[in-house]
Write a protein that binds this ligand. Structure first.
Ligand SMILES: [Zn+2]
Length: 63
């Protein structure tokens, strides 16, 4: 999962190297674009750092 093939790239466009001023993005534009996606509700985190909340109630109480 961790590739060390060179410099980290922008979390949004995944094309341009990260600019430390806008970490983890390459530019202010991508930084704002990321915020816009969150606000829009259409953002998906690849690799599930966040558990989907609808499943938490289901499989625990049956033993
Ligand atoms: Zn970018």
């Amino acid at each position: 999962m961790n590739r060390m093939d060179g410099p980290p790239v922008c979390a949004v466009c995944r094309l341009h190297p990260v600019d430390w001023r806008f970490r983890p993005f390459c530019s202010r534009r991508c930084q704002l674009d990321d915020l816009a996606r969150w606000a829009d509700g259409s953002y998906r985190v690849p690799g599930s750092e966040v558990e989907p909340l609808d499943r938490l109630d289901d499989e625990d109480d049956d033993n």
